[in-house]
Ligand binder design. Structure first.
Ligand code: F6P
Length: 339
């Protein structure tokens, strides 16, 4: 049996650990042949691949990024610059020409959607959820999230000391796309005073009142953690919008930091290495069992799977009644929704 593995969409720590998990167990446990498809779905379109031997899979557990490269190629989305007329058809053809019996797609929401459409075209597909955003429907945790959380938390910790020295309000923008998971968790882990996430509509007047009250109480500085996806009527970044409003409305000296791609770079955390290994080896087992059209997932803390067609096109957002929000409010954290 020959299987293909690809990584698509934005990268994150843990992709190589996952490729290793799938590849090593496919080779060692099941005697399969493994092919790495380069640059996401582009590699399948243009026949760009490498053989993944046991040797090639060694030494990559701790490596950030993806040894296969990635791209945002969406074969089911037509664009004027397309070089190939019928991309889905080309991919199906190349999959067969390559002699693949299964394809493992490591990626976020867009990738799982494409994986499902390819599965509907008759390919044997397994999805593995990956993203720092933790927003994939059907799984409690995506690998990449824990590593990004560690990086973001450390960055916010560092802002505390410089904010204190200068008596400033620090606004830090955290990634997460349309979801607030990363901002919520890193904000709580680092003692943010205000946390703004897309799932909780905020009032800028409330945010400013909270900060003014803190200053009045003698608190020398404040930390405002902002998810990149918050409601933002300006054309500026979320951090820039919030920081300008705070400065204008309160007169407090305010600075902004956009953490950006630092959150996606570097070595995966221990938790992500373990999760990646669990998800990867589980994916190889699904292939061995001929159980296709599935996405590997975490449910009640255990590794399991669910049909890809249940995942595609849905987002996992922070529920309004998520217990962590209530707990944070009890220690005085503001979400900008009420005083
Ligand atoms: O999905 C991961 C993510 O880093 C999001 O948090 C962010 O909105 C997006 O990708 C950035 O995408 P790109 O790599 O295309 O700039």
């Amino acid at each position: 049996m020959k299987i293909g593995i690809l990584s698509a969409g934005g990268d994150c720590p843990g992709i190589n650990a996952t490729i290793r998990g799938v590849g090593k167990s496919a080779i060692l446990e099941y005697g399969m042949e493994v092919v790495g498809i380069n640059n996401g779905f582009s590699g399948l379109l243009y026949n760009d691949y490498i053989e993944l031997t046991e040797q090639k899979l060694s030494g990559i557990l701790t490596l950030g990024g993806t040894i296969l490269g990635t791209s945002r190629e969406k074969p089911f989305k037509k664009s004027d610059t397309d070089l190939v007329e019928d991309k889905p058809n080309e991919i199906v053809q190349n999959y067969h020409d390559l002699g693949l019996s299964a394809l493992v797609c490591i990626g976020g929401n867009g990738t799982q959607k494409t994986a499902n459409l390819l599965s509907q075209r008759g390919l044997n597909v397994i999805g593995i959820p990956k993203t720092i955003d933790n927003d994939i429907y059907g799984t409690e945790q995506t690998f990449g999230f824990d590593s990004a959380l560690t990086i973001a938390t450390e960055a916010i910790d560092r802002l505390h000391t410089t904010a204190n020295s200068h008596r400033r309000v620090m606004v830090i923008e955290i990634m997460g796309h349309h979801a607030g998971w990363l901002a919520l968790y890193s904000g709580i882990a680092s003692g943010g005073d205000v946390i703004l996430i897309p799932e909780i509509p905020f009032d800028i007047k409330v945010v400013c009142k909270v900060l003014a009250q803190r200053a009045k109480k003698g608190k020398p500085y404040s930390i405002v953690v902002v998810a990149e996806g918050i409601q933002n009527p300006s054309k500026r970044s979320a951090a820039s919008y919030i920081s300008k409003e705070i400065m204008k409305r309160t007169g407090l000296e305010t600075r902004e930091t956009i953490l950006g791609y630092i959150q996606r770079g570097g070595s995966p955390s221990a938790t992500d290495r373990i999760l990646s290994t669990q998800l990867g080896t589980y994916a190889a087992k699904l292939i061995h069992d001929n159980n296709f059209g599935q996405m590997v997932s975490v449910k009640d803390g255990a590794i399991t799977h669910l049909p890809l067609e249940e995942v595609g096109g849905k987002l996992r957002l922070v529920p309004k009644d998520f217990p962590l929000i209530e707990q944070a409010k009890r220690i005085g954290t503001s979400f900008g929704d009420s005083l």
